[in-house]
Design a protein around this ligand. Sequence first.
Ligand code: TXA
Ligand code: MG
Length: 349
Amino acid sequence: MTKIFHTNGRHIHDEKLVLEAAAILREGGLVAFPTETVYGLGANGFDDAAVAKIFLAKGRPSDNPIILHICNEEMLKGIVKEIPPKAIQLMKKYWPGPLTLIFKKASCIPSNVTGGLDTVAVRMPSNKIAQRLIQEAGVPVAAPSANLSGKPSPTKSEHVIEDLHDKVDVIIASENSALGLESTVIDLTNAEPVLLRPGYITLEQLNDVVGQVKVDPSLFFQLEQSKVRSPGMKYKHYSPQAPLKVVQGAMEDVVSEINRLTELFQHQGKVIGIIATEQTKDRYHGDIVLSLGDRNTPHQIMHNLFDVLREFNQYPVDAIFSEGFSRNGVELAITNRLVKAAGYDILEV
Ligand code: TXA
Ligand code: MG
């Protein structure tokens, strides 16, 4: 039986719910909770049996390591071998917030947290409920996104309930995620920092703080399994049920190519979904056209992306075509998630 705690973190009554959830976490239970990026599915990060339950609930491959969520720097010292100077600079600027850092791990961390790697991913979320929960649990909280493996990450409590009801002990159902996309992940365990997953904190912002950051090739290309540095990046991700193709290029060319493909498929009796923007949504002949938002506000597009991908599962579409985005600023993260959701099916026009 899953308990659902409705709270926006602003009432006295809410505090009691968070304390109860923290006790369940500490004692080895699974608690889904809000963060500023997406909802997370938490377990006591020191308890390997509790962490094992995360993999079961999500259907997650066991070699995909999990981020440890902390609420202060004291906690960090207990779980890493060393804190390199570049990490200190990034923590000063971006913690608490949507940035995950990879460190060399301390021996106390169960190996199922790190998928057998000798490194560990750590994040300090800024969401107040997440912070209270971790503080009260008194342990680092291992938490992947609170979706079934392969599906888009949950940005609303309804998404979590849809995926994990009856699979976890508690779901803290709160407001929609403020950002709507998972944290930026950067590896600082070697001399040269490597961006493993783009997010709200952009590559440009990282370069400003720590100098040249390398972009991991797996962000946009399917690599041989052995060459993937961030194990999570090799699996199919974020996918709606229908196959998705991304069409990239100049706006006019994209609109005509998507309309050409749409007509071709509709002739074969197929129902077509289209992922558009405010600028173009009225120009498509698809059966279902959903807009991600205004191209001039990429943060809005980032915020709506997973919700729109999920929304397509409500419609009987046979294929989905999406407009593409650039690789500047947060659009790098939008492009990365779309490329993964499409299983690398990208058409350049
Ligand atoms: O915003 C977020 O990061 C959300 C919220 C809940 O905090 N969490 C999240 O977790 O997105 P998850 O498990 O869905 O994604 C974690 C990513 C995966 O791509 C995983 O492979 C990578 O981080 N990762 C974790 N530990 C790693 C490590 N030691 N080395 C390299 N990559 C790692
Ligand atoms: Mg995930």
